[in-house]
Design a protein around this ligand. Structure first.
Ligand SMILES: *[C@@H]1O[C@H](CO)[C@@H](O)[C@H](O)[C@H]1NC(C)=O
Length: 295
């Protein structure tokens, strides 16, 4: 009997401490939940800030083709309306790693470097336009076709390599936008670019400003870019960025990667500053207006 009472007593004594424990546990759980929830909120807040930039085409992937349809800007429609067979089925961006081979890229790089060794802007951006002969040098441009040393710098073979690439890209553009390749004309400027992290010395060096190609170059209807180097390997920074309403979308340059897009306001974009290394690319543009055709 006394044992039972004793046990009861013990139980009676123990009870309050169990309740206390439970209360303590509940408070701990309550506070740890607050900590977990608020840290989750913090993580979500910061990662959603980061998520405003989407990688549309990563350097590490090889794309057969990836496209995104965007709504054509009114200005673009108004202008391109009159060119029946050059009219895009839809405005969009398209990236493919299948059009230009590694060998072709190597050849193009040799051509670009051969030209750039005679030029080079004081700032971070240089261009070489083999059609007009314009080459950045110091604060200005020189015309390589007017200088003895560079007049015959490029061989017939170099021009042929370039011509083949431009044709290939033209057919790819025509195919992906549903246009007639015979109604699509290569236009000016079509050029090699060399971007470095050097400080800008004039406005031409400031390639990172957001812009609409159609507003910079009136004759452009389709813009395409061929990358000659790898993002994160040959250079840092220098991603191509489409500025969209909710998210910005980046294209990471990759050797042989071709991006193409309609040149209107629907494809507002900029190129990030290169922070190290050298970034080479070839800009190839097409117009629907035959009067702006170049060879
Ligand atoms: C996209 O980039 C532009 C230019 O750098 C910037 O002003 C804008 O805030 C960015 N948009 C988003 C959603 O991050």
């Amino acid at each position: 009997m006394s044992e039972i009472r004793k046990r009861n007593k013990e139980v009676a004594i123990e009870k309050p401490s169990v309740i206390d424990n439970k209360i303590e546990n509940k408070t701990t759980i309550f506070f740890s939940r607050i900590v977990v929830i608020s840290s989750l909120l913090i993580v979500v807040y910061f990662s959603s800030k980061d998520e405003k930039v989407i990688t549309f085409a990563s350097q590490t992937e090889t794309l057969i083709g990836k496209g995104l349809v965007v709504e054509c800007s009114q200005d673009y429609i108004n202008e391109i309306n009159k060119y029946d067979e050059c009219y895009p089925k839809e405005c969009k961006r398209f990236v493919t790693d299948q059009v230009v081979s590694a060998r072709e890229v190597d050849n193009l790089l040799k051509i670009a470097k051969k030209g750039f060794q005679f030029g080079g802007s004081d700032g971070g951006a240089s261009i070489l336009d083999l059609h007009s002969g314009a080459l950045s040098k110091g604060q200005h441009f020189i015309n390589i076709y007017k200088i003895e040393a560079t007049k015959y710098l490029f061989s017939e073979n170099d021009y042929n390599i370039l011509r083949v690439i431009k044709e290939k890209i033209k057919y790819a553009v025509a195919q992906h936008f549903g246009a007639d390749p015979n109604k699509l004309y290569l236009t000016s400027p079509t050029f090699f670019s060399e971007l470095t992290s050097r400080k800008p010395s004039n406005i031409h060096d400031e390639y990172w400003h957001p812009h609409v190609d159609k507003e910079t170059y009136r004759s452009f209807h389709y813009t395409s870019l061929l990358y000659l180097g790898d993002y994160g390997v040959d250079f840092k920074g220098g991603r191509f960025v489409f500025i969209d309403e909710k998210f910005n979308r980046t294209i990471e340059p990759k050797k042989g990667r071709v991006s193409m897009f309609t040149s209107g306001r629907e494809n507002f974009h900029y190129v990030e500053k290169v922070t190290s290394g050298v970034r080479y690319a070839l800009t190839v543009a097409f117009t629907c207006d035959k009067q702006f055709e170049i060879n």
